[in-house]
Design a protein around this ligand. Structure first.
Ligand code: SF4
Length: 448
């Protein structure tokens, strides 16, 4: 269990030197007990105290990496129950299941679908992150063959090998040496052998139990065998059970500092009905699953789940924003249209996407409004005539164009007169209110 603030205080130098940024050692100790600061900030703490405090300063949910290289996925390290308290740290991994009973063509198709799943949404690359290789056949040879196929076709994609047979797991793991896979399927019946296999291969051990209580007993046993990296499956399959168990597990780890449940979780959402499966996956995304296993990949499902995951794992205290500047879309000539909008990422990517759709080279002036959308920025006094005029003048865009026309978003049509007053010699044109009307708007100007 974690140390209290007073117990931590007793181990600190007690000089109140303030080098850690806190006024006293006691204040630092209290924050450390709440895991709101790092022990490393105190340069004078003794090695002996460091060793004792290591547990107290360790993250309540162990950080674990699934896979290696650019596509590796970080899990754990969460510190809050609710996103608005601070932020959720590591987005959950979506993994698609391939059974070793599927024929080679079907398995290859699924691997390809994983490779093709990546999309760029508001500047972030989102994808199905991992593949689960399920030993449904119970045949070690079939699992090994599937492992070779996946390792050959998608060497960079993280994998989870699911089997109750430690020897079969051991053979399959050989295809993923150094790639930090998960060996999933350890239970009360096979824990020793599975733990040994995972440890020997440098893999994370996936433990499955019938309840959080049983899970905590099994993680303790695995730890006693020297296994540090664990992912946990409480056995919950129904959406309600997933919410209940995941909440209980996170609360135990964060609020009670209960180390046996301080590991990332894996949730199996596999369903025959795709829509139902998407809903169960969404439950896991919202409520604390670190890895969620799906049966199939479909574009509509990906888009919905990627968007939900991105929204939940966006830091609510940091608006998503892009750099203030004038962006060239295509290769705009000196007489190309000049549009203006704010630097909220979503606004920028939607507007620039629609301008690209129009295939008309355009300049897009993106003004720093602290990541607010057009209407919000206007209402907050950050997207005003004075500020727009100042930005346009300071941007240097006047040197690159031979006209003096600025197209403003339709939602702030009210600003057109005031901007014309501030930007001498400029004509202000009111564009459409919605970005999806931009292609038609730009094309109609070309035709005129
Ligand atoms: Fe105390 Fe260390 Fe902070 Fe100095 S740096 S006030 S010794 S906790």
């Amino acid at each position: 269990m974690a140390l209290t603030g007073v117990a931590i205080f007793k181990l600190l130098p007690k000089t109140n030197c303030k080098k850690c940024g806190f006024p006293t050692c006691l204040a630092f100790a209290m924050k450390l007990a709440q895991r709101q600061t790092e022990l490393d900030l105190c340069p004078d703490v003794s090695d002996e105290a460091k060793a004792q405090l290591g547990e107290a300063s360790a993250p309540p949910i162990r950080p674990i990496t699934l896979g290696a290289g650019d596509k590796a996925v970080k899990m754990g390290e969460e510190t809050v129950m609710f996103r608005h308290e601070k932020k959720f740290v590591n987005p959950c991994a979506l993994a698609v299941e391939i059974k070793d009973t599927e024929d080679e063509a079907a398995a290859s198709e699924k691997v390809q679908a994983v490779l093709d799943s990546e999309i760029n949404r508001v500047g972030q690359f989102l994808r199905v992150d991992a593949i689960v290789l399920s030993n449904d056949s119970g045949d070690a040879g079939k699992l090994e063959a599937l492992a070779k196929l996946v390792a050959g076709k998608a060497p960079d994609v993280p994998v989870i090998i699911s089997t109750a047979d430690a020897q079969a797991g051991e053979a399959a793991l050989k295809s993923f040496e150094g790639k930090k896979p998960v060996l999933y399927g350890a239970t009360a019946d096979n824990l020793d052998a599975m733990a040994a296999a995972a440890k020997a291969a440098g893999a994370t051990l996936g433990i499955k139990a019938g309840s959080p209580d049983e899970l905590s007993e099994l993680t303790e046993k695995a730890k006693a065998q020297g296994v540090e990296d664990i992912v946990m499956d409480s056995g919950a399959r129904k959406a309600g059970e997933i919410i209940r168990d995941n909440t209980l597990i996170r609360r135990a780890a964060l609020k009670k500092s209960f180390k046996p449940l301080g590991y990332p979780t894996i949730t199996f959402a596999v369903r025959e009905d795709s829509l139902l499966e998407a809903l169960v996956v969404a439950t896991g995304i919202a409520k604390y699953s670190s890895i969620i296993v799906l049966s199939s990949i479909e574009k509509w499902k990906n888009l919905a789940l990627f968007t939900l995951r991105q929204n939940i794992y966006t830091d609510p205290q940091v608006p998503m924003q892009v750099e203030q500047k004038v962006y060239d879309i295509g290769e705009p000539a000196k007489n190309a249209p000049l549009l203006i909008t704010t630097n909220f990422s979503l606004t920028y990517f939607i507007v620039s996407g629609e301008v690209e759709n129009s295939r008309i080279p355009t300049r897009l002036a993106v003004m720093d409004c602290e990541g607010l959308s057009v209407l919000t920025a206007w209402a907050a006094g950050k997207f005003t005539a004075t500020k727009i005029a100042q930005f346009i003048k300071e941007s240097g865009v006047e040197d690159n164009i031979e006209h003096r026309e600025l197209i403003i978003p339709g939602y702030v049509a009210i600003l057109s007169g005031a901007i014309e007053d501030k930007l001498e010699g400029w004509k202000i044109t009111v564009g459409p209110r919605e970005a999806n009307a931009l292609p038609a708007f730009l094309k109609s100007r070309e035709a005129a």
